[in-house]
Design a binder for this molecule. Sequence first.
Ligand code: GDP
Ligand code: MG
Length: 604
Amino acid sequence: FPVERIRNFSIIAHIDHGKSTLADRLLEITGAIAKTASNKQVLDKLQVERERGITVKAQTASLFYQHEGQTYLLNLIDTPGHVDFSYEVSRSISACQGVLLIVDANQGIQAQTVANFYLAFEAQLTIIPVINKIDLKNADPERVEKQIEKVFDIPKEECIRISAKLGTNVDQVLQEVVRRIPPPTAKVEGPFKALVFDSNFDHYRGVVANIALFGGRVSRGDKIVSAHLGKSYEVNELGLLRPDEHPAETLYAGQVGYVIAGMKEVKEAQIGDTLYLQKQPVEPLPGFKPAKAMVFAGMYPMDQSEYTALRSAVEKLTLNDSSVTVQRDSSLALGAGWRLGFLGLLHMEVFNQRLEQEYNASVIVTAPTVPYKAVLASAKLIKEHGEEVITIINPAQFPDKSQVVEYLEPMVMGTIIAPDDFTGKIMTLCQSRRAVHKNMFYIDDHRVMIKYIFPLNEIVVDFYDQLKSMSSGYASFDYEDAGYEAADLIKMDFLLNGRPVEELATIVHKDKAYSAGKAICERLKESIPRQMFEIAVQAAIGSKIIARETIKAYRKNVLAKCYGGDITRKMKLLKKQAEGKKKLRRIGNIDVPKDAFINVLKRK
Ligand code: GDP
Ligand code: MG
């Protein structure tokens, strides 16, 4: 296929602005899928994606499009819309020459619109602004065009107004993709060189890598090498994604497709890696920033007898998601398990949900923690650890103050976009999260973009939920890495009748310890059902108790209800109670609902 008639592009947008809907429409217009109701959001494959309405893993489709009597090959790469997955956006973007930047005609520019715009802008891609949902009653495309001019410096004449839902002007989008986005500069004559921009694990065939060919060609039976590990493989299968796999004999420069070459783990086809022919080595493409875990948590089987089954489930899931980091871990209270690293809290929740849904696993998840650092105080300690600055991803390994020069905490630059009526409230919220104000900018007459530097741990759990509810859903939020800063940190424990609750041990800022300890004790009291004896709920720093609540005794006798009743009813009740027990975790002689721990971390 002639390179001049290839276009590689992505759709980027704030969540819910209509990426998946537009992608479906583009697939329909080009005949890649039939136009039926059951095909809604074909590119969102995973069950969790459909349930949560988010795109977790990027999917790709090659479309054939007729334009002015010529056939064009349009390679569309769908991207995730949530801030946790922004690294997936940047990786797919580097396989493209242009993007469609979707903005909702009612909501206008949101925080992730801005973040995604800069990813595309910095990659020097052609940006086509598309205003979607013009069919909505409250649509105000004119206002959105002004915002686009003001914030992105793109003339409003370049905006395309569409309704992805109704199909209005969607064909015009494809015409503009052909007209405005340049073809890839790949040369077919050169040596084979391809970028791996995504990879999936398939139980039968091993790793399926999605690649963009920057030069040359590759055929079935070729010997290829992945630059990162230097291992070589034989190509078993390759082809186009339309969006289903269409095997081919050869892929050519400028094309996007898949390749299967006997790789057994996604690690062998790392995102950002370069593939080349064994007989024709090339200089690897400039690599990506590898995905960086921002949130860590311990995961343990509810029952140690389920350890082996859970290990196999965790292994299978991480085979498919190279952005999850895994370390073995064990604790006296929870037994053998893992400490897993995630891109963000949503990523962690999605992982957990998949474990439970797809592998029927029952897991205990500890309080999430961000990667703190400590600068060690003595030469002896430095020698012991092999480094001067250690990273702490587990509160159990928090070094004592006497051992460190200083603690450091990860920071992020947060962007909030909201109607200006909420400015005051938002600033109060940010200040309560130890944030430092950076700047404020009006994106139109009524909306502001506010920037703050936040400690990452202050926004990880419930910041976005609070921001949303205080602004009646109007505020949006996104953040990016902003390095480390010194902080006065301490480790806090929670105790039930004197026994520590492993999953709640947490690292907090000194100024926040009392209020956080008190609030979590109160919420624990609410979520632990009364038992036959009194329970003391305490927060402690070292041996010092800083907060306490008491859960009064209560005798719960399920059989009392059917006194004199028939035996089958009694048996049913007992069975029901036994089933309920499976969701309980025993600490000492106290039964605690398993979800209680993660819930008490969330402020209401
Ligand atoms: P994504 O998160 O960007 O992939 O957004 P989706 O494509 O999942 O769309 C989010 C919601 O907006 C869904 O309920 C869609 O049906 C709806 N939607 C998408 N495009 C349009 C449109 O043009 N008009 C209207 N009224 N709704 C739309
Ligand atoms: Mg979507």
